[in-house]
Design a protein around this ligand. Structure first.
Ligand code: SAJ
Length: 407
């Protein structure tokens, strides 16, 4: 039996996938609401194909509980937030989960950590918990790091097709864990040591952050001399060895905007490009605000309440708002007392998270003259024709209406 601990964005799909592929699975979460919702037959977040997989897993016998199980295999996919001040990882949930596992597990158990951690965390913070439990790590209890790599919006496809890394102390344990993932994953599975697996995961997300920062820096450079950054990137990317990512209003989400800080925090003075990239990406929400201000001026607009921000989530077609550039923009706007005046709308977010009400697209568009597209949800792409006659600032380069402003 596999006990998957932490039923969030990663743990839930992983647990469901395992159950749908023949494993006996119990999903555990300390959050009673999540467990209750799942036990009532509903999923807890939106993701392409998740509901179908959920039903298949339920049919296959998956169970959900607040309790940890006595078994031989655990997968830990709990949140690993970072401390905004120190910019270091905060492993409190992982530590608590590990301590709870130690109370129920027996000799020979394998504990697979999927949560992203900064390099060295498992050695420094998790091994001692195994020892405190009266076990010898690597002999009685086997620690494994199998960092998740799936992208929100296309999680289930990537869970099946992406290559994976498995870090273990002993090759035979790595191979044993590989066999578990092999049951549903057709991608390559690479077995290595734990620290290499930890570092590789952080390096991947940092690479993407740096590449996006380059695109965002180009936006600012091109803006000075009125050059078309999108055309420049499009042509540059025709070079066989160039692939610049897309500029945007900033980098959000709980991964790309967080993981690079682990390297900055642990290697100050060395992680220089990484730090510069973080700063560039973090400066984008303010850059967008400056653009809004300039465009209002150019069009003789004064009334902030006729400005509408489209998109609250950190990226398109997901319902996750963590570290979202729009929320960062609203923070800056609050300082200028206009954050609660602008209209905000996001079809993926059903709760009233900011001062604004929830609108449908038509009502929202009816109340504004100036639309700022911050997230390229499918809904807005399908309804571009409704934007005719409005001033539009498109931060995602998805709108082809004449006269549209871009970054
Ligand atoms: N973004 C841009 N321009 C781009 C691509 C993204 O501005 O060209 C922005 C997005 O709008 C978003 C942020 O960057 O605000 C991050 O989005 P993303 O789609 O790049 O990545 P995440 O955070 O959804 O998922 C990443 C993935 N990592 C990599 O691609 C290296 C995923 O594979 C990881 O599993 C995930 O982080 C994670 O959990 O670590």
């Amino acid at each position: 039996m596999i006990n998957v601990i932490g039923l969030g964005y990663i743990g839930l799909p992983t647990a469901l996938m395992l159950a749908a592929h023949g494993w006996e699975v119990v999903g555990t979460d300390y959050n009673q609401e999540i467990v209750n919702t799942l036990n009532l037959g509903q999923t807890t977040f939106k993701e392409q194909g998740l509901d179908e997989l959920f039903h298949a897993a339920v049919k296959a016998g998956i169970r959900f509980s607040e309790d940890y199980m006595k078994t031989d295999t655990y997968i830990l996919s709990v949140a690993t937030p970072y401390d905004k001040l120190s910019k270091k990882i905060d492993p409190q949930y992982l530590i608590k989960a590990m301590q709870s596992v130690m109370k129920v597990c027996t000799k020979g158990a394998i504990v697979i950590i999927e949560s992203t951690v900064s390099p060295g965390t498992i050695d420094k913070q998790i091994r001692p918990i195994v020892e405190a439990g009266g076990f010898v790590p690597g002999e009685d209890i086997h620690l494994v790091h199998a960092p998740e790599r799936i992208i929100p919006g296309n999680m289930l496809y990537e869970l099946k097709h992406n290559a994976r890394t498995i870090g273990a102390d002993h090759l035979n344990v790595g191979e044993q864990v590989k066999a578990i993932y092999d049951s549903f994953c057709v991608g390559e599975i690479i077995v290595t040591d734990i620290k290499t697996a930890e570092m590789t995961k952080v390096v991947e997300n940092t690479y993407r952050d740096i590449n996006i920062a380059y695109a965002n820096e180009l936006v600012k450079i091109c803006h000075v001399d009125n050059m078309d950054v999108y055309e420049i990137i499009r042509i540059a990317n025709r070079h066989p060895r160039v692939n610049i990512l897309k500029p945007g209003p900033g980098v959000g989400g709980h991964c790309i905007s967080v993981d690079p800080w682990f390297l900055v925090g642990d290697y100050p003075g060395l992680a220089n490009i990484i730090l510069a990239a973080r700063r560039i990406n973090d400066s984008m929400p303010e850059f967008v605000l400056e653009r809004i201000h300039d465009i209002m001026k150019e069009n003789g607009m004064r009334d902030v309440s006729r400005v509408g921000l489209y998109g609250l989530t950190y990226k398109e077609n997901v319902d996750d708002m963590r570290e979202s550039p729009t929320l960062q923009m609203l923070d800056c706007m609050e300082k200028h007392l206009c954050g609660n005046l602008v209209k905000i709308y996001d079809p993926m977010v059903k709760e009233d998270v900011v001062a604004n009400q929830y609108y449908d697209l038509d009502t929202f568009l009816g109340e504004i003259d100036f639309l700022v597209i911050l997230v390229g949800h499918k809904e807005i792409i399908d309804n571009m024709h409704k934007l005719k006659g409005k001033v539009v600032l498109d931060t995602r380069n998805i709108c082809d209406l004449e006269g549209t402003y871009r970054l």
